[in-house]
Design a protein around this ligand. Structure first.
Ligand code: NAP
Ligand code: ZN
Ligand code: ZN
Length: 348
């Protein structure tokens, strides 16, 4: 038995997304079935739909910023009941036994997390399909609770953009008084600004879009630098303790490393193709270059609860699923304030 599920899918790296349908598995004993209400549109969806990282599996149903309602539960489910409002992020399973999984950092599972889409299931034969669809079957342990006071459309991007920026800011111990730069003011970047401010940092946005200055300050940034100004790098040399780089396109990491103070850390979360890093950019001031990938289930719940407590949510533009291809084109032009979110009622 399986559950017919309408969706939007992409069939090759050069195709647009089109209506499609497939079967979800019936909930197993430990599974919940979730009716999807909203799904955020992450730049990773676009990278993978167009096979920019290699190895894409087609047809692909993207989407890993999922918010919905539990409609059925398996016989062993203890954590959720029908009617609960829940979220699903970038992965839906992991080995549950390795050091990372046992530490609650399932995203770094030694045998690889099971992606919400563009991935094989742990049985090695089933293909995973994401949130540009009406429903999803997920193991109860890979689901999080959406707090009551966060609007559901604005909650969806927290499942990827939110946790991906929250986790490194916490891991690297950002605290009041730190001088933090957020590079790129898109889906991830705007969440980075909100979290860094909430942690008490002095926050500067480094952007290649001069027109985003006012919006950045409205979001809570203390300062804004248009990086295409000729003196942008020289004027801001050795200014920051921490740089969170969310940029989706190739750019010169060495130039940004020069903006770090002594002992400063630049953490990459954006995933363009690799560029060169020069030893001199790090060695001269004992700087560190790091990377970070989303966050574990427990930390994702912690981030959602932090958002509820501080009144934080994503700034979104809600779209019909029929507008998804235009949304991709606008995202490529950095023309989104700051996250497209699909209203799945438009697919039903
Ligand atoms: P997005 O909304 O498209 O934002 C990316 C931002 O990068 C843009 O708004 C723009 O900001 C800046 N940018 C774009 N093109 C640029 C260029 N040519 N030169 C300089 N800056 C440019 O994307 P997103 O959804 O936030 O995702 C950002 C990146 O993070 C993607 O590569 C995505 O795959 C990756 N990601 C990683 C993780 C992880 O776990 N590490 C999780 C989710 C996403 P300005 O206009 O302000 O310059
Ligand atoms: Zn994402
Ligand atoms: Zn594991």
């Amino acid at each position: 038995m399986s559950i017919p599920t309408p969706a939007y899918a992409v069939h090759s790296p050069t195709d647009a997304l089109v209506p499609w349908s497939f079967d979800r598995r019936e909930p197993l004993a430990g599974d919940v079935l979730i009716e999807i209400l909203y799904c955020g549109v992450c730049h990773s969806d676009l990278h993978q739909a167009r096979d920019e990282w290699g190895g894409s599996i087609y047809p692909m149903v993207p989407g890993h910023e999922i918010v919905g309602t539990v409609t059925r539960v398996g016989s062993d489910v203890t954590k959720w009941k029908v009617g609960d409002t829940v979220g699903v992020g970038v992965f839906v399973d992991s080995c549950r036994q390795c050091e990372s999984c046992l530490a609650g950092e399932e995203q770094y599972c030694e045998s690889g997390m099971t992606g919400t889409y563009n991935a094989m299931g742990r049985d090695g034969v089933s293909v995973m399909y994401g949130g540009y669809s009406t429903q999803i079957t997920v193991d109860q342990n890979y689901v999080v609770r959406i707090p009551e006071n966060v609007p559901l459309d604005r909650a969806a991007p927290l499942l990827c953009a939110g946790i991906t920026t929250y986790s490194p800011l916490r891991h690297f111990g950002i605290k009041p008084g730190d001088s933090v730069a957020i590079v790129g003011l898109g889906g991830l970047g705007h969440m980075g600004v909100k979290f860094a401010k909430a942690l008490g940092a002095h926050v500067t946005v480094l952007s290649h879009s001069p027109g985003k200055r006012e919006a950045a300050l409205e979001l809570g940034a203390d300062d804004f630098v248009a990086m295409n100004a000729p003196d942008a790098f020289s004027k801001n040399k050795t200014r920051f303790n921490f740089i969170l780089d969310t940029v989706s396109a190739d750019h010169e990491y060495n130039d940004y490393l020069g903006l770090l103070k002594l002992n400063g850390v630049m953490c990459l979360v954006g995933l363009p193709n690799p560029t060169t890093v020069g030893a001199f950019a790090l060695v001269g001031k004992r700087r560190s270059l790091a990377g970070s990938m989303i966050g574990g289930i427990a930390e994702t719940q912690e981030m959602l609860d932090f958002c509820a407590e501080k009144g934080i949510a994503a700034d979104v533009e809600v779209i019909a699923i029929q507008d998804i291809n235009e949304a991709y084109e606008r995202m490529l032009k950095s023309d989104v304030r700051y996250r497209f979110v699909i209203d799945l009622a438009t697919l039903k």
